[in-house]
Design a protein around this ligand. Structure first.
Ligand code: AMP
Length: 554
């Protein structure tokens, strides 16, 4: 087993690593650090977040750059502000004994003037998001002339977010670039193209298998009705009293609404989504990181690249459409050798989709029953008893109150005292769960997943193109109007799921879905139309009354 000493790192970095408590390099560090230190020019590292890749490129960078020269020598480009800040804070820890090295994060949403001033002070490493970096280049506020090392972190995410031109622009504007190190969780064709075009014979290092989920994560799923999703979420939270977790939703509106609802019910939760100002986002993230917030509910975009230590649970309020998103979500837990749990709340119709994800990530998913009210109460009691036993009574003058308490409770048995203590904590809780219904949906017989099939990325849950019989004009189908659209945070797949979940109808009764910003039109088998209208028309969606009716009779 290798050690950090054996990888060729210098003394001041080794000292910093030891003070961080890292005892052993992670596989990506073990493979990449000696290669990068030995002067290998270009490298492609296939690794997900949580594998220790920041140290894998950060430690060699710190060792290679010339601390006495006060201009940018290394550029790290990454997709989000959060990731920028994370990388900088890790580098700050690694460079604890390298006072002369300055690291600066530049990203959008913060004062560019301030960043320009900081750049002028002379920094050796710049960590940037693509958009802000381009802005700085165009204002001639950053000198890329002497950049020797360019690191592209989470390159696949940057391309997904549409930064391809920006990345190429950056690579074209670093004339003295000696080495390009690209890190990516996946290797889509576009990344291959960028690496072919801008890198020379890159050495490729893979940690784990592409798309393979972390083996330290236990993947569990719970089958319930769509209208019980929220209740099921609450049960899962209540069943895990020590939870420190992230809940993922597909839409900003869901993240916000669920957060508000749970907060009203006394849960310690806040939302992270794109509609928040940067200041609000920083506040939420700061609180979550410090663990003064127990739960974070987030959309995928907002949570991209977040690295928070010690997350015990990831909960998918809904399954994502894409297996890569599932891998990213679940990868927020089980980091740096810890174990974690990823819970998915699904509808019975989503089992096929879940099995597809399972096949691709090649880790077994376990079907678990949504806990009953009794299960939850029992679990909470155990937690409460532990808390009681572990309560710190070493501080505070409890002793002086004992005689008084003894006198007061002289006629009350220990059993009754305990009951009374428990009642303080539990009355509301026990009442709530007293007659709680069973939220599980019994799945009759799960269809076996085909043993063979494509292993490549698949658009899970993608809306199938309408079958020929559903084409407009066919007399058996009608077109329904509904006053919901993309503005409500839906895209086709989530909208389809929404109307099916609400109406309890099967996907094959539907034809084409036409979505506009404010309204949508759904083709549906004439016989099923009344059921859908009954289930949806007049209901509330995010505080707005849904109107659904036959488009031809409007
Ligand atoms: P990353 O993949 O860079 O996002 O790293 C994930 C987390 O693992 C970071 O919070 C690091 O602090 C931590 N980490 C990185 N390398 C090690 C190591 N060798 N031992 C223990 N923890 C590590």
């Amino acid at each position: 087993m290798s050690t950090f000493e054996g990888l060729g790192l210098q003394e001041n970095l080794l000292k910093a690593i030891t003070s961080l408590g890292y005892t052993q390099p992670t596989p990506i560090q073990e493979k990449a650090i000696p290669v990068l230190l030995s002067g290998t020019k270009d490298l492609v590292g296939l690794a997900q977040t949580g594998t220790g890749k920041t140290a894998a490129f950060g430690l060699p960078l710190l060792q290679l750059l010339k601390a006495e020269q006060r201009f940018p020598q290394a550029l790290i480009v990454c997709p989000t502000r959060e990731l920028c800040m994370q990388i900088v804070s890790e580098l700050e820890l690694f460079k604890k004994y390298m006072a002369a090295v300055q690291v600066l994060a530049v990203y959008g949403g913060a004062s560019i003037g301030m960043q320009i001033r900081d750049l002028r002070r002379g920094v050796q490493i710049v960590v940037a998001t693509p958009g802000r970096l381009i802005d700085l280049i165009e204002r001639k506020a950053i000198n890329l002339e002497e950049i020797k090392y360019v690191v592209l972190d989470e390159a696949d995410e940057m391309l997904n977010m549409g930064f391809q031109d920006d990345i190429e622009f950056i690579l074209q504007n670093t004339p003295k670039r000696d080495a390009t190190w690209l890190f990516s969780a996946t290797m889509p064709a576009e990344i291959k193209r960028v690496s072919r075009k801008y890198m020379k014979d890159p050495m490729e290092i893979t940690v784990g298998t592409k798309n393979t989920a972390n083996k330290n994560i236990d993947h569990q799923f719970f089958v319930t009705n769509a209208h019980h999703r929220y209740e099921a979420l609450k049960r899962l939270i209540d069943f895990n009293p020590g939870i420190y977790g992230i809940i993922f939703t597909r839409t900003k509106a869901d993240a916000q609404n669920i957060s508000e609802k749970l907060t009203r019910e006394g849960y310690d939760i806040d939302a992270l989504h794109g509609d928040l100002t940067q200041q609000q986002r920083d506040k939420v993230m700061g609180e979550f990181r410090e663990k003064s917030l127990q739960l974070l509910i987030a959309t995928d975009v907002a949570a991209r690249g977040i690295d928070v230590q010690g997350i015990t649970h990831v909960i998918n309020y809904e399954l994502p459409d894409d297996v890569e998103i599932y891998t990213h979500r679940s990868g927020r837990t089980g980091r740096a050798g810890n174990t974690g749990v990823c819970l998915s709340i699904i509808h019975s119709r989503e089992i096929g989709k879940l099995r597809q994800i399972e096949r691709i990530v090649q880790v077994p998913f376990h079907k678990v029953e949504v806990p009953t009210g009794k299960d939850v109460c029992r679990k909470q009691f155990f937690h409460f008893m532990d808390k009681l036993l572990n309560a710190d009574i070493s501080h505070g003058d409890y002793e002086s109150y004992v005689p008084m308490m003894e006198e007061k409770f002289a006629d009350v048995s220990k059993e009754d005292v305990l009951k009374r203590v428990a009642a303080q904590e539990f009355t509301r809780f026990l009442k709530y769960y007293e007659n709680a219904e069973d939220l599980n949906v019994r799945v009759q017989r799960e269809r076996e997943a085909p043993s063979r099939g494509p292993r490549e990325r698949i658009p899970i849950g993608a809306v199938r193109s309408p079958r020929p019989s559903f084409s407009p004009g066919n007399g058996d189908f009608v077109k329904l109007f509904v006053n919901l659209g993309t503005k409500d945070g839906f895209y086709k797949a989530s909208f389809l799921q929404f109307v099916l979940d609400m109406s309890d109808l099967r996907k094959d009764v539907l034809g084409k879905i036409d979505m506009k910003e404010m309204n949508s039109w759904i083709e549906i088998d004439r016989k099923s139309a009344p059921q859908m209208i009954r289930a949806i028309d007049g209901k509330n969606y995010k505080g707005r009354r849904i109107r659904m009716n036959d488009a031809n009779t409007r």
